[in-house]
Design a protein around this ligand. Structure first.
Ligand code: ADP
Ligand code: ZN
Length: 738
């Protein structure tokens, strides 16, 4: 979390009349000046349409920095029109500016995240409603009678709704309209979201929940910024607890933002919200249709929408009166945007809470190291839910030492794991096998010449997807049919798959337990999100015995019958020189294991590992979370890594490897010298080629209290320009090091 204080609320200096600055959602350094035509009033934050070259573009009237050089209004292009949406408020403008500064990105690129709504999408079809008039029908059929009765209250209803209520077809409605029995009128526009009712179905809270909820409600009522860590094991009832804070904000008439990873997959969450508050929250993520988004955008700006559940981009919505921000699963890596503006939505949520004067709740069973350190130092207030709500025990974890009791060659499920699965099924339970590898096999090798098939544009192996009969690159999406002969030595039938993916694991399970109903769940499932939802529901209903899944199933899904989890390769991710490897592995395995035994059974989890003595495995097996954090925090401090230091990565890429390397070296050579910053590299990136671009990395490191963003900004200003295909990406607080 960036701990320098965000800029004070923006000042709006008086600009000379008739000229204003407009920030455009493009990668240019600053706002452009435009003339305000006669008769138009604009103020900072207003969304306007302006000409840019031959194009017209949405932009935001921007507070000017102060004195401007005298400009002749007659020489400036005019603003074309002001859009009929509420202006972006000062706290959002301040957030945009703050993020642009912090991430060393042109402010227009950050504005673009806030303007992601299509003005034209909003003017949808008008809806026609019907109501009873004074005329009587010439002929009264039973259907007509039902319809007239249903409309007996004289209220205006949408046509489809009237037909549905009466159980008649639309033609019955049309018939009565034609006869003049029903009148038509334009319906008021559909609201962006129905208002949630804070008292719809308040639960009986367990004592620890009640205590945490009281603290959160008090924070909401205090209307002031403070960060809370809602720290509780999986299934402890964190959601139910923070819902009480949401209820508090609703009662105050203030708005709530709930950020979630991979929102598109959490239908279950929306239903749960509806059970508590009577209606679903407004949603905001990339899969929401543009017309709907336009509605939500306006509803949020006008204050009509009181709760938004959204993916990280919801952070940029123009809330009118934000009273609470919740970041669910705050440790999730999906919060870090890795292209365009490299921002971390959890950290920026804290900044937004600060600017809006609203409390922030971070919820997790395995907090990020940053958050844990902030909580330990008292910067964040920790609220703990120590036990599962159902009273079920948190699953016991057992290591399976692959060196001593591993599976036979060419198989991946150890005999003990297979035995436990069989027992679980016999007892009527379900099992989950976890392997974070999509497809059939991660590598295809020629047994004759040793050739390995790699992607032509990335430094990665092609992954066999047997079901689709293709080899695919998981970096760039390149795909080819599985060749009949080795592309190198042309030996026919010599290609063999190496290593397991979830598809291959399914084969093995079917051979071991032929009666078991198995299902692979990964992002490759055809049929998209809807199909995945159906499959998850089928699993929850017990229609599947063994789920074989990637990290997709590790997150937040509730499978009441799941009695055991087997982690096929607990070591994946450890030992790759990534400073966050231990943290990620711990979080992932803890979360996967937490899927077991959520309802009433005590769950068990087995970790297949070649290094069961590794401290991460030891901490997991001992169920000693604090031991893991103690050790990892000490290691980070010792190695001067975040959160004890700041990092900023620069990734230089280009289609020509030599040119990219030369540019990366030139950047290193011109880094401003100060004893406070150490610049490391350039070094070839672990993912040396991606989508045909060769990549080199530099890493700058400073103490926490040093303004590394300003340093990098000064550095880039002095650096040679990246020309041709060269590109420099700036990644502040990097989460990924490939
Ligand atoms: P977490 O978010 O900590 O993993 P959840 O909020 O999902 O935990 O709660 C786990 C289960 O317990 C859910 O099925 C939830 O509905 C139930 N639960 C939690 N708190 C309550 C409560 N106070 N009353 C009834 N059910 C609860
Ligand atoms: Zn590729």
């Amino acid at each position: 979390m960036p701990d320098s204080t965000p800029a004070s609320p923006l000042l709006f200096p008086v600009t000379p009349p008739r000229i204003v600055d407009v920030l455009l959602p493009v990668a240019i350094g600053s706002a452009y000046s435009y003339r305000v035509p006669e008769g138009m009033e604009v103020a900072p934050g207003d969304i306007v349409v302006v000409p840019l070259g031959p194009r017209q573009m949405l932009g935001c009237v921007w507070p000017s920095p102060g004195e401007r050089a005298p400009l002749d209004p007659a020489k400036l292009k005019p603003i074309l029109r002001r859009c009929a949406v509420p202006p972006l408020r000062p706290d959002l403008l301040a957030l945009i500016r703050w993020i642009a500064d912090y991430t060393v990105t042109p402010p227009g690129m950050v504005l673009r995240l806030a303007l992601r709504h299509d003005e034209n999408a909003e003017t949808g079809r008008e809806r026609t409603g019907v109501r009873l008039g004074s005329k009587r029908p010439q002929r009264l059929t039973p259907a007509r009678a039902r319809l007239i009765e249903a409309l007996g209250d004289g209220q205006l209803r949408a046509k489809a709704e009237a037909a549905r209520d009466a159980g008649v077809s639309a033609s019955v409605v049309d018939g009565l309209v034609d006869e003049g029995v029903l009148e038509t009128a334009v319906l008021a526009p559909e609201p962006a979201a129905e208002p949630p009712d804070p008292d719809h179905a308040a639960p009986e809270l367990a004592p620890a929940q009640a205590e945490a909820a009281a603290a959160l409600c008090a924070a909401v009522e205090s209307r002031s910024f403070r960060v809370h860590l809602l720290d509780g094991v999986t299934g402890s009832g964190k959601t139910e607890t923070y819902f009480e804070a949401v209820a508090s904000a609703i009662r105050q008439g203030r708005q709530t933002l709930i950020l979630m990873p991979e929102i598109a997959l959490t239908q279950a969450f929306l239903d749960r919200f509806a059970r508590r508050f009577g209606v679903r929250p407004a949603q905001w993520h990339s899969a929401v249709a543009s017309r709907r988004r336009a509605k939500v955008f306006r509803g949020v700006a006008e204050g009509e929408v009181s709760v938004v559940a959204g993916a990280r981009s919801a952070l940029f919505l123009p809330f009118r009166d934000l009273g609470l921000i919740i970041v669910d699963e705050e440790h999730d890596t999906a919060y870090k945007q890795e292209d365009g503006v490299h921002y971390h939505a959890r950290d920026m949520a804290v900044v937004r809470g600060h600017l809006a004067g609203a409390p922030v709740v971070l919820a997790s069973a395995t907090p990020s190291l940053e958050t844990e350190v902030n909580a330990r130092r008292g910067r964040y207030r920790r609220l703990t839910l120590p036990t599962r709500f159902s009273g079920a025990l948190v699953p016991r974890l057992e290591p399976i030492d692959l060196r001593r009791e591993g599976p036979p060659k060419g198989r991946w499920i150890a005999p003990r794991l297979a035995e436990e699965m069989a027992k679980t099924l016999e007892a009527g339970g379900q099992a989950l096998l976890f392997l974070n590898r999509r497809g059939y096999a991660p590598l295809t090798l020629c047994r004759s010449c040793g050739h390995r098939i790699r992607c032509p544009s990335c430094s990665s192996w092609l992954v066999e997807h047997r079901f689709r009969r293709r080899l695919e690159c998981h970096q760039c999406g390149y795909a080819m049919p599985v060749p009949a002969e080795c592309p190198h030595c042309h030996e026919p039938n010599s290609l063999i798959p190496c290593g397991p993916g979830v598809e291959r694991l399914q084969e093995e399970v079917q051979a071991l337990l032929p009666q078991a109903r198995t299902q692979v769940l990964s992002s490759d499932l055809s049929g998209g999100v809807e199909r995945l939802r159906l499959e998850l529901e089928a699993v929850a209903r017990g229609e599947v015995d063994i789920v074989i899944g990637t990290q997709l199933v590790a997150k937040g899904h509730n499978f009441p019958g799941l009695a055991m989890v087997g982690v096929v390769d607990a070591d994946v991710g450890l030992g790759y020189g990534d400073p966050r490897a231990a943290e990620r592995t711990f979080q992932m395995l803890h979360q996967v294991a937490g899927r077991a035994g959520r309802a009433h059974v005590a769950g068990r989890a087995y970790l297949q590992s070649y290094m069961p003595e590794h401290p991460v495995m030891q901490a997991l097996v001992a169920g000693d979370r604090d031991a893991f954090y103690d050790r990892e925090i000490a290691a980070r401090e010792e190695a001067f890594l975040p959160p004890f230091a700041r990092l900023c990565a620069l990734i230089v890429s280009g289609t020509d490897a030599h040119a990219a390397q030369v540019h990366a070296r030139a950047l290193a050579a011109c880094s401003p010298f100060t004893a406070e910053v150490r610049v490391m590299g350039p070094a070839e990136a672990p993912l040396a080629m991606l989508r045909g671009r060769h990549r080199f990395r530099l890493l700058a490191r400073s103490a926490r209290n040093f303004d590394l963003s300003s340093y990098v900004r000064a550095w880039m200003a002095a650096a040679p320009r990246a020309t041709g295909s060269l590109k420099v990406e700036i990644d502040i607080d990097p989460q990924s090091f490939v």
